[in-house]
Each structure stands twice: as structure tokens, then as C-alpha cells.
Design a protein around this ligand. Structure first.
Ligand code: GLN
Length: 283
């Protein structure tokens, strides 16, 4: 089988489920992974004959795509903030909105040269903690997660990206006291309410870890309240708390943080114009 035959087969088999451009983009992502050819190189190697092993890798990936599995899990990696991250079903696939949160933090604190202490709560793949550690080489970065499998993956990602992170395996809802005082506490905790499940696509619902996504309809701010309470005690006086938030709960989240004693609380929209981030300062 030649590359062009596999490409035609991909288009024919997938075009009823995904749009044409998306199918091509899956195909080129896989070409890079399986036969190490980038999109521009595929065009000049269309007549290259694939080995049996290569064909079966394409076939296997095609079946997984038909089953709505995200391409990032199929190839086992993704990019976030210009860095490469290993991903698997134990961790959420990093989202572009979260890159905006990282960007906000880095714009705020880029001039500080002291050894900042940073804590990421619910780190998952480690994307927030690792990106911050990479861009703030003087900082001491800590990352917490309830899932030891997520921590395993995050640890590998720290290694891949050559940063030193202190991992803490713990359930934030059971933490009485944080181990240090921090300059920055950041979290992208679970925030999708059960009632919002119907808005979600099957590729997310059937594949990504529900523990990282969902909260109950009756107490959707459970993580935000707990983290805010801990941050109140364990942020340094000039410290800052950052959250990624549920776009429908911006006002509620902001008032909860204000009523717990933070003085300057700002909501920020993401590129899709949804209220997606919050920054809170004690002073
Ligand atoms: N933004 C993610 C989604 O829509 C949710 C992330 C989270 O719950 N923290 O799938």
C-alpha cells in the first residue's frame, strides 16, 4: 500500500464523522508519528510503499479515531505553551484556554527575580506547573494531584521538559495546611457540572478522566472554596491566586473569593469570549 492509498482510505472512512480538513489534519499528525514525514514531505512521497507494520499502525489509529478517541491520546503526546507533553487517559488533554492562564501569570510575574514559590493544585499532566517552571527558572515549583497515575505522567513530563518539580500526592479537599507559604497558587480544578454534560462531545466524555472534569450540580465551587481558604492562609502577603473557572459561574466564583477576604479579584475572558480565569490578591 502506498501513502496516497492510505490517505484516500482515511478520507473515505472518516469524512462522514469528521470534516474534511480535520481528517487531513489527523492523517498528517499520524504521518509525522508513524513514518516521520511532515505534511510538506508527504506530498512528495505519495508513491512510497508502506511496510506492513506502518499500514497496521495507520489502521489501528483509524479505528480509534472512528471510536472518537482524541488524536492526542492516540499518539500519546500534545503541545502546550510551546512545550511537548506526554498524555494518556489518566490526564486531561491540556486546553488552549489553560495556556492563556499560564500566559496571564507569566505576564504578571515576569519581572520578579527572587526564588518564587509556586503551587499548582490538580496538576494532571503537569502542563501548568511545568510551563511555569520552564519560564521561571529561579522559581521553586510544587504540583499536587489526587491521582497517583496523573502524578506519574506529570513526573515524566517534568523530566521530558527538564524541570525540577516537587510533586505532592494528596486530595486537596482533605488538606488541612499547605506545606509552605507561596507567592503563586494556581489551579484548574474540576468545574464542569453534571448538567453541562449534554454540551460535551463524546470524545471528551468517553475518554478523558471524569475525576478531573466533573463536580456536582449542587456544589460546583467545592474546589474553589477549599483552595481559596487554604490560599488565604498560605499565600505570602503579596501573593496571588489564579484559577481557571467555569464560564457560567464567573460572578459566583468571584463573589465567593471576595467574601473570603481577597481584596482585588479580577475576572478575565478567554479567546472565545468566555469568562474563564480569575486572579485574586490579598492586598
Ligand atoms: N475546560 C475543560 C473542558 O471543557 C474542563 C477543565 C476542568 O474541568 N478543569 O473540557
Amino acid at each position: 500500500m502506498k501513502i496516497k492509498d492510505i490517505r484516500t482510505d482515511f478520507i473515505n472512512s472518516l469524512v462522514e464523522i469528521y470534516d474534511h480538513e480535520e481528517v487531513l489534519s489527523f492523517f498528517y499528525i499520524l504521518s509525522e508519528e508513524i513514518i516521520s514525514l511532515r505534511r510538506v514531505d508527504v506530498a512528495i512521497h505519495l508513491d512510497r510503499v508502506l511496510s506492513e507494520d506502518e499500514v497496521s499502525k495507520f489502521e489501528d489509529a483509524k479505528k480509534r479515531i472512528i471510536n472518537q478517541e482524541p488524536i492526542q491520546y492516540i499518539i500519546g503526546n500534545t503541545h502546550f505553551y510551546g512545550l511537548s507533553f506526554m498524555v494518556n487517559k489518566d490526564v486531561l488533554i491540556p486546553r488552549p484556554e489553560t495556556e492563556e492562564l499560564v500566559d496571564w501569570i507569566l505576564k504578571d510575574i515576569q519581572d520578579v527575580k527572587d526564588r518564587l514559590r509556586v503551587l499548582d493544585i490538580g496538576t494532571g499532566s503537569g502542563c501548568i506547573a511545568i510551563s511555569l517552571a520552564k519560564k521561571l527558572p529561579n522559581a521553586k515549583v510544587f504540583a499536587m494531584d489526587i491521582s497517583d497515575k496523573a502524578i506519574d505522567t506529570a513526573r515524566k513530563n517534568a523530566k521530558i521538559n527538564e524541570v525540577d518539580i516537587t510533586f505532592i500526592h494528596n486530595d486537596i479537599l482533605n488538606v488541612q495546611n499547605l506545606p509552605h507559604n507561596f507567592d503563586v497558587i494556581v489551579s484548574n480544578p474540576p468545574y464542569v457540572r453534571e448538567l453541562e454534560k449534554q454540551e460535551m462531545k463524546p470524545n471528551v466524555l468517553d475518554n478523558e478522566p471524569s475525576q478531573a472534569l466533573f463536580v456536582s450540580d449542587h456544589d460546583p465551587l467545592i474546589f474553589y472554596r477549599k483552595i481559596t481558604e487554604l490560599a488565604k492562609r498560605n499565600l505570602k502577603p503579596e501573593g496571588v491566586l489564579y484559577f481557571e473557572i467555569n464560564q457560567y459561574l464567573g460572578t459566583e466564583t468571584k463573589s465567593m473569593i471576595e467574601s473570603s477576604g481577597f481584596n482585588s479579584v479580577s475576572l478575565r475572558k478567554d479567546i472565545y469570549d468566555n469568562e474563564r480565569m480569575i486572579r485574586a490578591r490579598l492586598n
